[in-house]
Design a protein. Sequence first.
Length: 395
Amino acid sequence: MEQKSFIYYGYSHATYRECRAMINSTNRAHAIIMNAWFLVMNLLYVLLSAMNLFGVSQELIGYYAIFSFLAVIYGAVLVIFQSFTLKHSIFFVYVNIAMLGTFGVVVSTLQPYMPAIMYFIMFIFVSLLYIGNMIRMLVASILGTFALLACSFCFKTFSIAYHDLYNAMIVLFLSSGLHYMFQRSRIEQFVLYQRDLQIQKELEIKSSFDSLTELLNRGRFFSISEEVLRINESKNEYMVLCLLDLDGFKQINDKMGHQMGDKVIQITGKIIAECVDEGKLFQTERQTSAWDLEKPLNLAGRLGGDEFIVLIRGKNSREEVIPLLQNMLDRLNAVKFDGFSGIQASFGATEIKSSERDMDGAYSRADAALYESKRAGKNQIHFSSANEENGEVQK
């Protein structure tokens, strides 16, 4: 069981690390919002200072202008270098905290007859917005508060500095508690969101594969294979579609029982996957709903019952495909278990035309080739050329 930690808001380090992408994204989004607010506030102070309204002294206009400039630069970096700032969001969080804290301290120092209200307002904002870890945020809070109080006792009267000390203790205590509760709640939301995504992914995976053979089911096979056709539209990749039907499967079920029939189907699926080099595919791609269709990976599926389908890629000619299919047939014929000897199957294969955008035409030609295999005596391979529109097949 993973050990929970106060540092990571009551969660384990592993859980916190799993949420890192969402934490970074949230921090960056909040940094943009906080910086926009900070910029608007400073520009407003520049305007009020220039007009000498509401007690905002004209002497402070230079300071407000400098912080406005810094906010513009900081915001531009966040927007322009999106991927970099997202990856290093925690660094930019502390830059923002430092900038806001410095502003609060400077404003407080330049107004020696007023309590440090602005600093404490930004202090609360920061505690609610950013996710770091409890220790780092406490250290940043304590350092900022120490800097404020040091300036207060140096530049303000004792009574106002004492008032800042009292407020600092209250705000530090409250903001730390609020920070812990808010960020714990956020991480809980991230964990629930990830759990929902995982459930959706598992459901998608389960809905994509045949439960008996672990090959692609009919719908998923055709959706992926037709996506392959679209992706390879300009590549003219050589591909072959093959249909495979077990011979005498009904007799196996009738004479030896459906349990034996299921075993035969399972073994057939395993041999097909191994022969088209799909073992590695199913160990990796089965764990994700994202398929890299640019890779010349073969696909294998179960259409239902004792019918299977294979999309062969990565070959250059029929002469390279036929040995693969023959090896598959030989391995099926060599199967022996529990008194059962030899799985016989008929194959119908066809080359896919470079102009084809769906599997309908290729499926019809492969089906005709499969029928020819059955008619010619079963347990053999027939190959239909992509240019043979009349249904003629070649053995």
